[in-house]
Ligand binder design. Structure first.
Ligand SMILES: [Zn+2]
Length: 268
């Protein structure tokens, strides 16, 4: 009975049913790794997709001989090329210095303004509440997007930030790189496209990690890891491959702790 009432009163958003989507990531390659198949599927469905990338990625990879300005420029180019390969032309780089050398309130403000400008129905970002996710940019960006999600439909709040609330109220949020997925998107047909886009981040994927002792490039490791992850999630939804998300509607996000409970059938 309770479950029935919960479904009626607080229905779970249907992830693919909206028109406009915004993906907000800490680093230039996160979206292709964590949700690239879903981006490719949304674009194939004719949806509007935009990216907001919070940091400049200056510490990603081992490039001791390259000036940091060149690293940043290279990563910006790679991010735009990878997005374009998936059909996404609207890419906003916020340019915060990678690895936490920025003010959280400033990040929160810039993220909210960028999302409001993109006017999405639905936003995607990284899950900042995964216990083993230690990267400060992932923790800070996931939190900043969550803050923005709570307040972005409020006209007074957005006006005080120097912007305006979106004309189309934001409907929901989905977290990728999550350990508590409750929604799955079948992406079998889009794996190759996702990997092609990921491989355009050559500053990252062409490296052979110094630690680990193997001879595989980061790209080969990412490809293997993503395939295994997608196959595992696909099994849960009778598909060959799927990507997994933690989805919350606006009504799930405040004073409803039941949403965090595990049920007999998995996460809420
Ligand atoms: Zn990242």
């Amino acid at each position: 009975m309770y479950k029935f009432m919960r479904r009626i009163g607080m229905p779970m958003p249907k992830l693919l049913s909206y028109e406009r989507y915004c993906f907000v990531a800490p680093h230039p390659d996160d979206i292709e790794i964590g949700a690239g198949g879903t981006v490719a599927r949304l674009k194939a469905m004719g949806k509007q997709v935009s990216y907001v990338i919070a940091t400049d990625g200056r510490y990603g990879g081992e490039t001791p001989d390259m000036p940091v300005e060149e690293v940043i420029a290279k990563r910006v180019g790679e991010a735009k090329a990878a997005a374009a390969h998936l059909g996404v032309e609207d890419v906003t780089m916020l340019g915060f210095c990678e690895s936490g050398w920025y003010d959280q309130n400033d990040l929160k403000k810039q993220v909210a303004l960028a999302i409001a400008k993109a006017q999405p129905d639905f936003i995607f970002t990284v899950d900042h509440l995964v216990p083993t996710e230690l990267h400060p940019d992932h923790n800070r960006v996931g939190l900043a997007v969550s803050d923005a999600y709570i307040h972005i439909n409020n006209h007074h709040y957005m006006k005080e930030l120097g912007g305006a609330a979106p004309e189309r109220p934001l409907q929901g949020i989905a977290y990728f790189f999550t350990n508590r997925p409750n929604k799955y998107i079948r992406t079998t047909k889009y794996f190759n496209k996702q990997m092609e886009a990921l491989m355009l981040h050559s500053s990252q994927v062409d490296q052979i990690p110094a630690r680990g002792g193997g001879k595989k490039t980061m790209g080969e490791m990412f490809r293997l890891m993503t395939k295994i992850r997608n196959l595992r999630y696909g099994l849960r939804r009778c598909a060959l491959q799927a990507e997994a998300f933690r989805v919350l509607s606006m009504s799930h996000t405040h004073v409803i702790p039941e949403v965090s409970e595990r049920t007999l059938f998995g996460n809420y």
